[in-house]
Design a protein around this ligand. Sequence first.
Ligand SMILES: C[S@@+](CC[C@H](N)C(=O)[O-])C[C@H]1O[C@@H](n2cnc3c(N)ncnc32)[C@H](O)[C@@H]1O
Length: 200
Amino acid sequence: MPPRSAQQKPASDHPLAFLTGFLQRPKEVASIIPSSRFLMRRVVQGADVAHAKLVVELGPGTGGSTRAMLRAMRPDATLLAIEIHPGFVRLLRRTIDDPRLIVHEGSATDLAAILRQHGLGAPDVVFSGIPFSQIPEAVGLGILHAVQDALAPGGRFVAYQARDRVEKLGRRVFGRPRVQLELLNVPPMRVYRWDRAPAR
Ligand SMILES: C[S@@+](CC[C@H](N)C(=O)[O-])C[C@H]1O[C@@H](n2cnc3c(N)ncnc32)[C@H](O)[C@@H]1O
């Protein structure tokens, strides 16, 4: 029996919350509706979480992506969700009741300090819906370097984006990604995956 999160409200229960978040902080939210379940299925499959003990989500928004990941995760795994928008943080804390979830209000640029603050080690998976094409390049690069430094050997980083800015920046930090396209989302999204080499 999965923990309670799997049965909780889908993201589509909060369409106005997402739109409100966008109107308040358009550059950081960058979309007026949450990701589709088709996109989330692709991201979850791409993240390959069956054996992951620690997963980090960057930019959970209203939590549709968070719920999808929790449904796929092991019962003893942990999901640290880092969200910069205080309204989304409140909503996530109110609507997802799952002992595996830690919701942290802050910026993905501070990933190392946030992991330390919660006494967590190196994540096996980091996944991100942060709109790299809308945020300053230096911030985007800072986030990618923070992910690179944090990931466990053999870990993976999955980012979904409509534009290719994250790919361009990601190539500078991690090298060449694997790319998939999900058409059943508004707008259609690319899903990028980078793997960190396993320990020798
Ligand atoms: C396009 S929305 C994705 C929301 C959700 N994951 C989904 O797929 O529907 C981008 C999210 O990233 C968050 N965000 C933007 N910059 C961030 C940062 N530096 N650190 C953490 N979250 C950030 C926004 O507040 C927003 O919730």
